[in-house]
Design a protein around this ligand. Structure first.
Ligand SMILES: [Zn+2]
Length: 211
């Protein structure tokens, strides 16, 4: 896992900031919701959009995680997020944003990195045990069906071992072969036919001898 600091990705300075609450409830998982080809280009574009178009202080997210499992610093874990939709929710939850959109699937590396970051949040604030999808707290489709499914399965708990793709060691789903079609052997029938043939032969030969 590589941690890309703001300096490393060339973040603009925040125009304002607030410290994170010391009584967090947990973490909200988001996604960018756009096809992410280059995580670097995306985090730069998101900051530009949030600062210039939306007029916000900074990019909204505390951190981003990409499909390779790299972490990209947003506001960082020491400052209040702007991503959750209301001031109250921004005070209650850290935001972690998956760098992916429709058509992209979460990876085990991404899931592992999110677990690590949630463990870091809990290290500083052990009471912050909730892990929610954005749609749990706001009317939105964020973080998308696949990431949300992982939220519901508690795959982001730091001690979870849930994998995104089935492991090659997992048993295949049980699909029995159709029962073989058994043709019952008609042994008696075959014998009778043989006996009938012999009788017919004997009758024919008898006729010859008698003749
Ligand atoms: Zn969101």
């Amino acid at each position: 896992m590589t941690y890309h600091t703001r300096a490393a990705w060339g973040a603009k300075a925040a125009t304002e900031s607030r410290p994170i609450s010391d009584s967090l409830r947990g973490v909200v998982v988001h996604w960018t919701g756009t096809l992410v080809v280059s995580p670097l280009d995306t985090v730069v574009a998101v900051q530009t959009y949030h600062q210039q178009t939306k007029g916000w202080w900074d990019c909204a997210y505390n951190e981003y995680v990409d499909l390779n499992g790299d972490v990209w610093e947003g506001r960082g874990l020491m400052l209040r997020t702007g991503a959750n939709g209301t001031l109250k929710l921004n005070k209650q939850y850290v935001s972690i944003c998956c760098l992916m959109g429709p058509g992209q699937l979460p990876t085990d590396a991404m899931v592992a990195a999110i677990r690590e970051r949630i463990a870091v949040v809990r290290h500083f604030q052990p009471q912050a045990t909730e892990v929610l999808g954005h749609l749990d707290i706001r009317p939105t489709t964020c973080p998308g069906a696949d990431v949300y499914d992982l939220v519901k399965r508690r795959a982001f708990e730091p001690d979870s071992t849930i994998t995104v793709a089935p492991s090659p060691l997992d048993p295949l789903p049980y699909a029995p072969n159709p029962p073989p079609v058994v043709q019952p052997l008609d042994v008696l029938g075959a014998l009778r036919a043989e006996v009938d043939e012999l009788k017919a032969w004997q009758v024919a030969h008898q006729a010859i001898h008698d003749g």
